[in-house]
Design a protein. Structure first.
Length: 229
């Protein structure tokens, strides 16, 4: 973990939180690992007060558990967490797509088409990093254009939590091409203001994404355990 380069205008505790959140969500700080204020203070080059505030924020987000006289134990994202998050996305993103079909205007639909074209471009270029950026943007547009603030906030948070796991899926180019096709079908339903179909197609899309991600994780775990050679 590198020394924190402080940003002007952003509270130091928030900057520390973002660094630690990223370390946890990206798997660099692993579940069960203990992190302490003195250790973090030395590593990040900041005082213990903002670190204490950041750890309390992480505990509120259920990413760590603070234990007396021991420090903060990293909880991270477990397999059960991942299952629940995907199941929530399946239900809520379907609802968001239905609402977007009712609310999205022509300019918003144009933006979605442009993002989807860029996603497809990077898929064909075999560029998973950039295609994941536009894949995420497409989903976030559905949340935004649903017109439902709470729905958008919840889904963006869920999406953010599992970014590392979604990256496993987008490295599968066969799955990525199917995802583009599924996105185009969803967009067409939204353009036609067919909320029922948009919801159904989105549910299927996230179910497929979940299956692909869980399969990748299972394979990765088997390799780590030495069961696959």
């Amino acid at each position: 973990m590198d020394v924190l380069v402080q940003e002007k205008g952003t509270p130091l505790a928030e900057q520390v939180f973002k660094v630690l959140e990223s370390e946890i969500l990206q798997g660099r700080l692993k579940p069960g690992e203990v992190i302490t204020e003195p250790k973090l203070s030395q590593a990040l080059g900041v005082s213990r007060t903002p670190i204490r505030e950041a750890l309390q924020h992480l505990e509120q987000e259920s990413l760590v558990e603070i234990r007396s006289n021991r420090g903060a134990v990293v909880l991270g994202i477990t397999g059960d967490d991942l299952e629940v998050i995907y199941d929530m996305r399946i239900r809520l993103e379907g609802l968001a797509a239905r609402e977007a079909a009712e609310c999205a205007g022509e300019e918003q639909l144009k933006e979605m088409r442009q993002v989807l074209d860029l996603q497809e471009f990077y898929v064909e270029k075999n560029d998973p990093e950039n295609q994941e950026v536009f894949d995420s943007q497409f989903h976030e547009m559905i949340y935004e254009f649903s017109g439902k603030r709470i729905l958008k906030d919840v889904l963006k948070k869920l999406h953010h939590r599992i970014k590392r796991f979604r990256q496993l899926s987008v490295t599968d180019m066969e799955r990525s091409r199917k995802a583009v096709k599924e996105h185009r079908e969803i967009l067409q339903a939204i353009e036609e203001k067919n909320g029922e179909l948009a919801e159904l197609l989105t549910i299927r899309h996230v179910e497929n994404a979940k299956a692909s991600t869980m399969k990748k994780i299972e394979k990765k775990e088997k390799i780590s355990d030495g069961k696959v050679h």
